[in-house]
Ligand binder design. Structure first.
Ligand SMILES: Nc1ncnc2c1ncn2[C@@H]1O[C@H](COP(=O)(O)OP(=O)(O)OP(=O)(O)O)[C@@H](O)[C@H]1O
Ligand SMILES: [Mg+2]
Length: 258
């Protein structure tokens, strides 16, 4: 996991909001890894404009794990796409590791994403013609690593998600949960500073989901990796440091269940 890079140059200041940790602001707090202000996304494609995110605020510190819950269609995937730089906001801004994404053109954004962000999509998006290990190694190959080095590292991560034995199979030969685990391995292989996950345990049985949870715990501790996890899984949400509900375009802090 990267301990160099953005953390050293980041400011540990952020604007407090209802989606900011209650204890934020202390001198010893970890730096803010992700900060959004006034984040707004309006879809204008249909007959009427649809405001999905409405001046949303979110701040996540290094090593912090935040769950985002909300009903279907509330805008969770829309939010993750903006956080990951896959879509541009209608208004407001996203700052990751001190860098406003709006400063980056498409090429720079691609490089930035590869350097700092791991993304687990709601529908995997694995490449059908590549094996599990090739899929998991791809972000490192894009970085310029040799196939051999990249696949060695990919195998280590695949082993941690219980996929070593299936590493030479293509996505079409894997179960839904196995594909999901390959997608998780691909997101983690670069030692990202920020991991964005859209329903990461949707297809997993309890035991496998618990393995993934333990891995996230280790990464958050070992490397100060920050996680934003969209989920309908109550157990997964409760396991995170904070639970925020997306409702009417804004995030609302959820009380912790005892
Ligand atoms: N490209 C688009 N153009 C127009 N409307 C869109 C577009 N993408 C999403 N929407 C609409 O925006 C709203 C939010 O969609 P989004 O996919 O973010 O929801 P979600 O919370 O992830 O839902 P789910 O839990 O079902 O995955 C929905 O009403 C959806 O129909
Ligand atoms: Mg979604």
């Amino acid at each position: 996991m990267s301990t160099t890079g953005p953390l050293t140059s980041m400011q540990s200041t952020s604007t407090p909001s209802n989606a900011t940790p209650a204890a934020a602001g202390g001198a010893n707090e970890p730096p803010v890894m992700l900060d959004c202000q006034d984040l707004t996304r309006v879809y204008s494609e249909g007959p009427q404009d649809l405001t999905v995110l409405d001046k949303l605020e979110l701040s996540v510190r290094a090593g912090e794990r935040v769950a985002i819950v909300g009903s279907s269609g509330s805008g969770k995937t829309t939010l993750l796409n903006l956080l990951g730089g896959l879509d541009r906001p209608s208004d407001g801004r996203v700052v990751i590791a001190g860098e406003p994404l709006s400063n980056l053109n498409e090429a720079a954004l691609g490089t930035f994403r590869n350097r700092y962000i791991g993304f687990v999509y709601q529908f995997h998006h694995l490449l059908a013609e590549f094996t599990a290990v090739e899929n998991a190694a791809l972000p490192l190959i894009i970085r310029g690593q040799s196939k051999k080095t990249a696949e060695k590292r990919a195998m280590q991560i695949l082993e941690r998600v219980g996929m070593k034995a299936r590493a030479d199979h293509k996505p079409g030969e894997l179960s839904g949960g196995e594909r999901q685990r390959v997608a998780i391995a691909r997101a983690l292989v670069t030692d990202p500073s920020l991991v964005l996950m859209d329903e990461p345990t949707g297809n997993l049985d309890q035991t496998t989901a618990a393995t993934i949870l333990a891995l996230m715990d280790e990464l958050a501790k070992e490397s100060a990796c920050a996680f934003v996890i969209v989920t309908h899984d109550v157990g997964l949400a409760a396991h995170q440091d904070r639970v925020l509900k997306l409702d009417a375009g804004k995030l609302v802090e959820q009380p912790r269940t005892p």
